[in-house]
Design a binder for this molecule. Structure first.
Ligand SMILES: Cc1ncc(COP(=O)(O)O)c(C=O)c1O
Length: 383
């Protein structure tokens, strides 16, 4: 029985080099980084080293890196924190976001509208899921509190022109946030070049541990804290820091940022092979997302009249792990909101298939998957 993992957009295994960096912080350096004694100070030194590494590869100051518990928390802190402060500071009450954001942004924005009275406006996306800078320029207003557009979409892999959108927001003096949780696992994360005020990261997408993340907060940007209490994380996020995991995230981030071009070259070959064979060999299959402006490891499809969840379960029974869209939707029989927003009709929107390769995926893995897929799709269509 095969056991091939092709769902790296959902999560990645921990890199053994990352585990090695983390281990001393579970054992020797177990102190509370807020403690004055040497146990605490050793942990604090590890924490601040981790922050400095994150800052080095984000091209920012360590004081601009806020540690969180996950990408979702970073998104919550960014959007809610910035919206509430901006309204307090200058009465801005308008939110501008893409309609195919991750639920961590979509539901936070919805909450800001429903409970806090913000006006929520969705930017139009093209058939690939891209937001155009021209649409941002058209819709941004003096009363816009925050613009949030994801760097790369988790379900269809499409990349957005973040630097250009950032430029427009900067010129309009409006805060710009990007959810880069998927993107920084594959692309450079230079916040200066990206022109962002806020950028979300989650470690488990780039071979770091689960349950830890970061938010870049440009100097001078004030946020309402996500969690009140102690003064940790510059007063933005109370709670004793998860030192071993944060050390692990920094090591994983360092590795992905120095190895990304080599990892991407290998991933792209596998991705393109998957796309080519699926489109050639499976009837009524469409590539979803942008054909070239997409994550290097990400192949996603809409399969007509297929139940995506059933297909994923059948593939799993044959030893292949992939997903029907985003991991968050597994077990949910509803049509994909992303595919619906991209204009797909109902006979396509339940048949999402996402295949995401990783740094250790081999071409034998991919060929075995592609040899199996057509029969499984045919069987799923019969059921
Ligand atoms: C684009 C995007 N944003 C946010 C998240 C949430 O990250 P986390 O699982 O670390 O909370 C994910 C995870 O799937 C994601 O893909």
């Amino acid at each position: 029985m095969k056991n091939i993992y092709l769902d790296h957009a959902a999560t990645t295994p921990l890199d053994s080099r990352v585990l090695k960096a983390m281990t001393p912080y579970f054992t020797q350096h177990f102190g509370n980084p807020s403690s004055v004694h040497s146990f605490g100070q050793n942990a604090a030194a590890g924490l601040e080293r981790a922050r400095a590494i994150m800052a080095q590869y984000l091209h920012c100051q360590p004081s601009e890196v806020v540690f969180t518990s996950c990408g979702s928390e970073s998104d919550n802190l960014a959007l809610r924190g910035a919206a509430l402060t901006t309204r307090q500071e200058r009465g801005a009450n308008h939110l501008l976001i893409s309609p195919i954001e991750h639920p961590a942004i979509l539901r936070t924005a919805q909450q800001l509208q429903d409970l806090f009275g913000f006006e929520l406006e969705f930017l139009p996306v093209d058939k690939y899921g891209r937001v155009t800078p021209a649409e941002v320029a058209k819709r941004i207003r003096p009363e816009t509190a925050v613009v949030s557009v994801m760097y790369a979409n988790n379900e269809v892999g499409t990349l957005n022109p973040i630097a250009k959108i950032g430029e427009i927001c900067r010129e309009a003096s409006v805060l710009f946030h990007t959810d880069a949780v998927q993107a920084v696992a594959h692309l450079p994360a230079n916040v200066q070049k990206l022109n962002v005020a806020l950028l979300s990261i989650g470690a488990h997408k780039f071979y770091g541990p689960k349950g830890v993340g970061a938010l870049y907060v440009r100097d001078g940007t004030t946020l309402i804290p996500s969690q009140a209490g102690g003064a940790q994380e510059f007063g933005l996020r109370a709670g004793t820091e998860n030192v071993p995991y944060l050390v692990g995230m920094a090591e994983a981030f360092r590795l992905v940022q120095i190895e990304h071009s080599q990892r991407s070259t290998a991933s792209k070959k596998l991705r393109d092979r998957i796309i080519a064979r699926v489109l050639e060999e499976i009837p009524h299959a469409k590539l979803t997302g942008h054909p070239s402006q997409r994550l290097p490891n990400h192949a996603s499809f809409a399969l007509k009249n297929v139940d995506g969840n059933l297909l994923v379960a059948m593939l799993d029974a044959r030893g292949f792990a992939c997903s029907s869209g985003s991991a968050c939707k597994t077990g949910n029989p509803k049509p994909s909101g992303v595919l619906t927003a991209l204009g797909y009709s109902p006979e396509w929107t339940k048949g999402g298939l996402r295949v995401t390769v990783g740094k250790d995926t081999t071409s034998d893995d991919v060929e075995a998957f592609l040899d199996t897929l057509p029969d499984v799709v045919a069987l799923a269509r019969e059921m």
